[in-house]
Structure formats: structure tokens, C-alpha cells
Design a protein around this ligand. Sequence first.
Ligand code: BQZ
Length: 693
Amino acid sequence: MTRIRNLRAAALLLGVSALALPAAAVEPVVVPEQPVFPAQGKITYVPRDSILEFKALPSYKEPAWVTEKFVKTGKLPPVGERLPKEPMVFKTGNMPDGIGVYGDTIRHVIGGRPEGWNYSAGQTQGWGGIDIGMSECLTRTAPLFQVEAKDMEPLPNLAKSWEWSEDGHRLTMKLVEGAKWSDGDPFDSEDIMFYWDDNVVDSNVSPLNGATPETFGVGTTLKAIDKYTVEWTFQEAFPRQHLYAMAYGTFCPGPSHILKTKHPKYAKTTYDDYKNGFPPEFLNVPVMGAWVPVEYRSDDIIVLRRNPYYWKVDEEGHQLPYLNEMHYKLSTWADRDVQAIAGSGDFSNLEQPENFVESLKRAAQETAPARLAFGPRLIGYNLRLNFSANGWGEPDERAKAVRDLNRNLDFRKAVTMAVDRKKLGEALVKGPFTAIYPGGLSSGTSFYDRQSTMYYPFDLEGAKALLEKAGLADTDGNGFVNFPVGTAGGADVQVVLLVNSDYGTDRNLAEGIVGQMEQLGLKVVLNAVDGTKRDAAQYAGRFDWFIRRNDQDLTSVVQNTTQLAATGPRTSWHHRAGTDGSVDLMPFEQEMVDIVNAFVASSDNDKRAELMRQYQKIATSNLDTIGLTEYPGALVINKRFSNIPEGAPIFMFNWAEDTIIRERVFVAADKQGDHELFPEQMPGKPGDSGPIN
Ligand code: BQZ
């Protein structure tokens, strides 16, 4: 690099434009060490089997008011008949504050809005933990943050056990036996097969969080053996990796007895009727989760009440959850931070750096109602370029021309070298939080290897030379490069940047990119829409570039692994199948696909670590994504709650709403507030207008 700089300096002295010099073949360097950030809270690693088990207990308990007002009046069967033969038992030894007591609620604040309850058909319930609390999935991974790598395997959940065939191509799964939906309807393999056949495999339906058949391995099949047994068949042998995909959010079955009434395969309806058939006003929708939605006030609040058939207990036989109620105040993500810190809300994932300093100041005061603990640097943002050149998202001539540029490595190098990541990070928050992040795996994941993480340092002049090498020049002298004559009319290159307007951080990063690309001579315009519209546009391929906060694939590798590359027609975030059904992979992308598939098929930890080093080098050298910044998040939770695991990260295998295991969180009797809005009430029947007394 020095040689090139000297040449440029000489050229400038001679009055020769540095641009006239042939752009050097710019090679990346190893990303610099990040400033150390001391994550607060110490994780105590525990054996995987010390968290929970399935077994019958001699007796079971429930809140006294449930017995008095619902069992003795015949509205509910006795608690023992509402539980499965062998309920899930949370082990006291893994509960930081032990056996809890009933009462109180968690007052969440969320920035999303519910489209409806049909998670299986891709509707969001507003995020912020509401879908996590209502949906139970075959396996569970979020609590694994406390389990060492050598002991790592997803926890049983709706699938209470599983067994591999001799040759490793078949996995037989036993479901929890005798569990019921919150309306008393039996849970069994019919629910599993409806989710698989009629929501994942049926290409007319796209479940929330993007499950496709390839999420579980190309060619994978699933069938029911009996009411409580299903059998997976895989092309690879022993692809243990797929057990992670059976956790939240890719294998969380819905209530088939309700959903089938609107699914075109079983009713005279359209797929739109099916997706939109259970609007937020359809209350008491049956769930397997701990709380049932009983109240919805648009733009105000969603209230959920305890599920009378919840299939989990503590070691003394108390049916969970301890908390009777759950609130989701419909506000903004920034307000979630403010309310959690102020004490009018109870929980936040502090994930927008713009709120860090104020939150830290308030939480440091003696009187602060909430505790705040930072975890490792696991929140990261990438700029993702649409790589599809065969029609994904039906691009017009301009968009097609932009995608051709996106597929040009010199163009991607120009873009990445024009990004001043130090400035981007400092614009969000000053201090030791943000770090240069070139893209690829998060520095907080156990698979991260800095030596394999390649980085093109900020170099605006070098970037301009590469833009010229990519065939772009400012032919009309207005400061922005133009398409070559004959392409998109030789107009200014204009790139539309899709961004989620629900977050200040997303918007600030996007505005930073617009400004820095202007310095490069590239015109970027924002398309800022709310999260639901952002997701819809992204899934449909209707974008040139988009900014996305990292998902579990980059922060844990083992969760959502197939999203690390275009391993299937609909797995990558920025490159999916075009109109001919194929994904027009570039050579480096094919290498990434092969590495990810080899990772999934391997159970050898050393080999898996080596494969991820190879992945990281190829992904960052070829700029599969253009990293922007990375920083730690902090869990903010009201001090009255007990059983919050120390060191719980806000994001790793999943978000903290899952990681803290809310169904065993409680409030000691002397700390309970009168926050319940429907005290001593229970969910009604599906479609009822509210809870019942
Ligand atoms: C956490 C999370 C729980 C989705 C969502 C939201 C959607 C995305 C992402 C996060 C919100 C909160 O994240 O920001 O802290 O509570 O809900 O689900 O950003 O727009 O599509 O991937 O998880």
C-alpha cells in the first residue's frame, strides 16, 4: 500500500490526477484488534442436562385463585389433568433464585405492531418477545449461552427426546405426550405435520423468520409415525446442526385445529385469507406458550394472561408461569429503553447506541428501578447488496444495472473503502463501545478468528480509482458517477438503500452511508420504511442495497446457519432465486455454500472451526456483506424480578426474551406491584372478546 501511496503523492506533485494512475489491485489486510470491552456479568457454565428434564411429579400446584374460581366451578379440569404425562421440569439448581411465587407481570414495550396471530403464515406479532412467548418450538437454544461448547446441543422442548438411526440419515423425535393447546385441544404430530407440509413446504406460504425446506437441509423430509412421534430423513449423515433450526424461529408449530379452518388446502379460501385470517382482534388464539393474548388495543397495548394448560412446572410441581400476565405496550424501540430505565416498563435490550450514555447515567443512580448489564460485542450491522442478476424482485433497467455493479468486486471494494467506520461508530456513540466491523461473522461468536477476517481500510482516493476501474466516471460533471453510455441512459448511478425506519440506529447508519457515498461520487437515496415493510421488500428482493442488523447466523453460527450463504433458493438475506428458480451464484458464493453445507454435515468441532475460518476469509475478502459497525448490547430489567440468569446476552442464539426463560421468572411477594390489568382472570375460548372470570 505504501508504494501506491508514494506513487500517488508523486503523481499529485506532478499535477497528475491520482485517478489517472491504474487502480492498484487492492488487497485486504487483517482487521485491526478491537478496543477491549469488558462485558459485565459473569456467565457460570453449566452442564446441558442441569437445566431441565421431563418427568412426572407426585402432585401439582397452581395459583389458589385458579382453583377457587375455575377448577371448583368446573370451568377448568384439575391442574393434574391439564398437564402432560411427563411435564417439563425446570431444575431448581439452575434457577438463580430458586422456586418462585405466583403474581405480577412483565411490562414490555415494543416498537413493532401486530399484523395478526398467524406466525406460521409469516405474520409478525410486533416482535419484542411477544412471538417468542406465544410460540413453543421443537427444540430450544437460547438458554445454551450458559452451556460449554463441548456439551452443546439444543435443549428438548416440544420434542422431548430424539434418536439417530445407525447410518445417521434418520432422526426419530418423541413429542411431549399429553400436552394441550391453551384452549385444551391436544398437541400432537398433526400440528407438526401441518406446520411442515402446509406452511414450510407449501411454497405459497412463508412462515415468519423465513423457514424453507432447505433450512433443514436440501432434500430433507419429515413424516409422522404416530400421534407423538415424527421422523426426519436427511441426505447428509448425522446433520446434528439441523436440531438448531428446529428451535425458535424456524420450527414453532401453530394450532392446526384453528389454522386449518382458513388454509386453502382444507377450506375454500385463498392464501391471503389464510395469512390474514386471524387479525389482532381475534383474541384468545390458542398457544403452546406461557401466555395467551386476551386484550388488544391498537397502537396502545396487548395483554396476555397465563395459559391454563402450560406444560412446564418447577421441581415442587408448581405449574408455570409464575407471572400471571404479560404486557406489550405498543410504542417505539427507543421508548422501550426510556421506559425500562425510568421504571414504567420492565425490560429492554439496550441495542441502540444513541441511548447508551443516558441509560448508563440513570442506571448508575442508587434509586434506579432497573439494573443494566452489558454483554459482549454481538450487535452488528451489515450493508447487503442485491447480488441477483436473474430477476429476483423483478428489477427495472436501472436496478439491473446496479446489481451488475453489486456483482463487481472492484465496485464492492470501492464502496467498502469509502466507508469510514470509525466516523460511523462515533456518530452513534463516543467511547469504547463501537468497533470497526468489516462484515462476516461477529467478533462475539466462538467461531470468530481475527486472522481470517479481512478488511479493506478506509481510503477514499483508492475507492475513487476502483470506481473508475469498475467503469464509472462522472461524465456530466455534477459530482456523481454515471452509468456507461448505453446503460440506463448514461444517467447518474442511483442506488436505493432500503432501511428499517423503526430504529434510530438504522436510520443514522443509513444517513451516514448516503453522506460517505456522496464523497465517493455515488448517489444513494434512502427508502426508509417500517420493519414490516422492510422485511416484505427484502424477502421479495425489491432492493438495491439494504442495511440489516445481524441475525443469529452471524452471531452464533450454529443458529440459522443456512442463512450464512445462498444454500437454498430462499436462505440468503441478499441473494435468492430469480424468475427461473435458480440462484445465480458467483464463484466465491458457491465456495461459501459448499463450506456451510460441509459445516452442517460435520460433527467434528475442529473441522467445523476450520471451515468457519475458511468461510470468514472468503466472505470478508470478497465482500459478501459490507460490515459497518459492531457494539455490545445491554440487558435492562427491573430490579423486582428474580431468576434472571447473570451474564445473559441480549442476543446470541436468540434474544434475551427467550434467554432469560421468562416462564420461570418471578417477583417475590413483598416486591409485587399491582400491575395486573385482569387480575384473577383466565383466557377465554378462541375468538372470545377478552379474558374470562
Ligand atoms: C428483540 C426482538 C425480539 C427481527 C426484531 C425487529 C424486527 C426484525 C428482530 C429486539 C426486535 C427488538 O427485533 O429490536 O431487541 O426484542 O425484537 O424478537 O428488529 O424488525 O425483523 O429480526 O428480531
